[in-house]
Design a protein around this ligand. Sequence first.
Ligand code: AMP
Length: 317
Amino acid sequence: MRPTGKLHIGHLVGALESWVALQGSYQNYHLIADYHALTTNLETSHLRENTIEMLIDWIAAGIDPARSPVFRQSQVKEHTELHLIFSMLITTARLERNPTLKNQVRDLHIENVVYGHLGYPVLQAADILLYKGELVPVGEDQVPHVEITREIARRFNATYATVFPEPEPKLTAFARLPGLDGGAKMSKSLGNTILLSDPPEEIQRRMRGAVTDPQKIRRGDPGRPDICLVFTYHKKFNPAEVDDIREGCESGRLGCVDCKRRCAERIAQYLAPMREKRSYYESHPPEVEEILADGERRARTVAEATMAEVHDAMHLG
Ligand code: AMP
């Protein structure tokens, strides 16, 4: 994940929960993509603070750093080395066809695509393959990048020696959570989020502004839950009441105001244990720093070993 500060519920349901679940059966590595963050913001004065905020959200959501190293891309120099080698193994035409880049350019109104935008999936391939990642638990927007990673791994293995696995993406049932504005994707840059750290009253406030079925104007009007983003949130955060909400919406018995209030309550309940854990780490900054330093030491050991294999395979050094 890029360190863009506090995380939202899209990050949670699209990726973070999957990371937590996989911890029991896989050796996980959790990368803070601080170089990648430069593609959305060249201004770096908040990068450190954003890194810590994100890391606290990870831990609050259940990432166990003793089991799963957490580390910054910039602090393990092998990422940039492998990125350079990989940049020789993929054509610019292939990178120009990357649909994630096209969507970013459109959504974020990027006027000047820089070399770093084009090379984003190449650096990501290095991020994944340095740890010989087999499974990449990401949201839907990242799937094309995992495909590029597979192509690069294949090309490297065919050209030099079999060093890398071909990783698979792993999607959750909510691989693209819609935003409160009805937009296709919840995203910080679109300002349509609920944050993991939002207190209950803030969740209620944000939810009141959520866009619902435009045909349901007042209570009594029948609604269409399947096109309503609030219903999508109910499915995730309020599964026990989903049938009742659907019936109430379709019959007109349930108005949008009540529906949103119930949804916000459930989201707040779901996030409550995370908020509690978060407040502990917010007041213990040295522990967070130590978690990061430890993760970076462990990541470096693995990354150095992979780079030694790469150098061998390529007769470098
Ligand atoms: P990013 O902030 O773009 O680095 O995203 C970090 C991870 O969260 C990626 O795996 C994304 O695919 C995932 N993600 C971000 N926003 C959403 C969303 N609205 N729904 C599902 N997954 C998301």
